[in-house]
Design a protein around this ligand. Structure first.
Ligand SMILES: [Ca+2]
Ligand SMILES: [Ca+2]
Length: 82
């Protein structure tokens, strides 16, 4: 969470936009189904087993969905170069 402070507000807003885009039912979290859709777009060749594994890694509190904080953390790790 401390990592968030290193991000520029406009960067956070940008990530927020991505998050909202993938949160297709707008409930403020990305569920497994939404996550699969996301991954299918980002990397179509990803195997279903990998997707679920990835989901488990991002869903740090294991409540079955990715909230914005978890998404942000993941985004910073995987998209650092961008
Ligand atoms: Ca959702
Ligand atoms: Ca979660």
């Amino acid at each position: 969470m401390a990592d968030q402070e290193t991000l520029a507000p406009e960067k956070v807003a940008e990530i927020r936009k991505e998050f909202d885009y993938f949160d297709t039912d707008n409930n403020g979290e990305i569920g497994l189904t939404e996550f699969i859709e996301l991954l299918t777009i980002i990397s179509p060749k990803t195997k279903a087993s990998h997707v679920e594994e990835g989901f488990g890694l991002i869903d740090k509190n294991n409540d079955g969905s990715i909230d914005f904080e978890e998404f942000l953390e993941w985004w910073q790790q995987s998209w650092w170069e961008y």
